[in-house]
Design a protein around this ligand. Structure first.
Ligand SMILES: C[S@@+](CC[C@H](N)C(=O)[O-])C[C@H]1O[C@@H](n2cnc3c(N)ncnc32)[C@H](O)[C@@H]1O
Length: 476
């Protein structure tokens, strides 16, 4: 019985039965089990792949078992899910997947259910994955249900993603997007200003570790292996200061850089990151601010996440220059902006990286699609509007406000921006597409569709999370 399979089973149970976050559970279980990097990779693919595919996998298990998933013993169901994922998506040899799953059932559950696990997985192994997909599609009630079942997304998420693509005339790309959401993304890194070496130079020094052919001007892709080890190698071999090479999605990099590239920066500018935790974009802004002669204040409502921001910017803070101020307040309150009684602080650039549904990062958060509900949206969009209003009130004339979400859901993107523009006639939208292009590598310019000035990035097109960026300025 391989350690990887036991870790994957434990993670599945942590996430499905105990509401844990898959990425945190994986890191902790892999560490405790002391898996080597090969087994860690296998455990990650088993657990994350099973969680992404849960909708499709459960449907197929139900057909093969002849009963509803809710009627199956929870331990055996999780064992079956891992086994089915190996048979349907990892193309593990059927005898190996069945044998390992039966052994796993004996180890973590009761012996009596081992025969049931054996029977259901053998039944699944009798047809090809394509034949199973035909069966689940055939019994779906609507075409949306059929696509949602095959591509393992809740139908409401599928519709929200398709609406956002349709707004750009790209509705036909929905299947490509859903398939990309189901694949493990490469680890992306950002190499911050102040590192003394560009991302292209670092990739040239360590060609076995990094590839710099990617969309963000400061981005790198990890070619494989452990990110922590790769970062340590960059420190040792290329003298990259600690904390300046960081794991970060490239869409997230482009969103932060777009705020800086939107207009020329003047010496002494004051920047505010209103919803900063855990601080990925704050670190980029801090490093850029050192070069541009600006200062950064980062605010985050949660004390714990404000501590994560402090950790995140420690590498930038160690560079000579102005330190980044990190505070913890509700971004809708005056204190977040550093206003004393009667005072009214204004900023040249404000980032509102708003709390959102996260539907743009489904690749990276394997369980997220099953946890979100359409009912979450009204509360989120109300909070996004209030944070935007508070930021607008503290934007200098001629300043730039970046409204960013890690979601392409129209209610959180265009609709939110259009409503804000109606509430604030003093605001005008800038060309975010141009700013995102200015943040991208010259030879990897992202193709950004749609007539609006805002920019929507897509996993299947740009290899990034589906980040949305709108840039607003206050008329002088
Ligand atoms: C999308 S995340 C920001 C990600 C971050 N900018 C980064 O790149 O690492 C949104 C953050 O907003 C915080 N938040 C939620 N409500 C808030 C509020 N009322 N005021 C300020 N921050 C808030 C959340 O705790 C969360 O850390």
């Amino acid at each position: 019985m391989s350690g990887a399979r036991i870790v994957a089973y434990d993670v599945l149970r942590d996430v499905v039965d105990r509401d844990a976050y898959a990425n945190l559970a994986l890191a902790s279980r892999i560490r405790t089990a002391r898996l080597d990097s090969r087994d860690a990779g296998l455990a990650t693919e088993l657990a994350a792949g099973t969680l992404r595919g849960l909708g499709r996998i459960d449907r197929i298990i139900e057909l093969a078992a002849g009963r509803q998933a809710a009627e199956i013993d929870p331990v055996a169901l999780n064992v079956l899910r891992l086994g089915a994922h190996q048979l349907l998506s990892m193309r593990t040899a059927a005898h190996a997947a069945v044998h390992e799953s039966v052994e796993l059932q004996r180890r973590v559950g009761n012996e009596r259910a081992a025969g049931f696990v054996n029977g259901v997985l053998r039944e699944i192994g009798r047809a090809t994955p394509e034949e199973w997909d035909e069966r689940i599609v055939a019994e779906a009630k609507t075409p949306d249900d059929a696509l949602a079942a095959r591509a393992s997304h809740p139908a409401w998420v599928l519709r929200a993603l398709r609406d956002a693509l349709r707004a750009e005339g790209r509705e036909a790309e929905i299947e490509a997007l859903l398939d990309t959401n189901n694949a493990s993304p490469r680890v992306n890194l950002a190499l911050l200003e102040g590192a003394g070496i560009t991302s292209q130079e670092l990739a040239a020094v360590e060609p076995d570790l990094f590839d710099a052919v990617c969309v963000s001007a400061i981005g790198l892709e990890l070619l494989g292996g452990d990110p922590a080890r790769a970062m340590a190698t960059a420190e040792e071999q290329a003298s990259v200061p600690a904390g300046l090479l960081r794991v970060q999605d490239q869409g997230s990099q482009l969103a932060a850089l777009a705020l800086v590239r939107a207009t020329p920066v003047a010496e002494g500018e004051r920047w505010l990151d209103l919803c900063a935790g855990p601080g990925g974009k704050t670190a980029i802004l801090g490093a850029e601010a050192l070069v541009e002669g600006a200062t950064v204040r980062a605010n985050e409502v949660s004390e714990h996440r404000a501590d994560l921001v402090r950790d995140s910017v420690s590498g930038v803070d160690a560079l000579p220059g102005e330190a980044i101020e990190v505070v913890s307040h509700d971004g809708r309150e005056e204190e977040a902006f550093g206003c004393g009684p009667g005072g009214h602080e204004l900023y040249d650039r404000i980032l509102v990286d708003a709390p959102c549904s996260g539907l743009g990062a489904l690749r990276r958060r394997p369980e997220a699609r099953w946890r979100k509900q359409p009912g979450d949206l009204p509360e989120l969009t109300a909070l996004q509007a209030e944070l935007l209003d508070a930021a607008a009130a503290h934007l200098k004339p001629g300043g730039v406000l970046a409204y960013v979400t890690c979601s392409p859901h129209l209610a959180e993107t265009r609709v939110g921006v259009d409503r804000a523009l109606k509430r604030h006639p003093e605001l005008r939208e800038l060309d975010a597409k141009a700013a995102v292009r200015a943040a991208a590598r010259e030879d990897e310019q992202p193709e950004l569709a749609g007539e609006q000035l805002s920019a929507q990035l897509w996993p299947h097109r740009h290899g990034t999370d589906a980040m949305f960026v709108s840039l607003l300025t206050r008329e002088s």
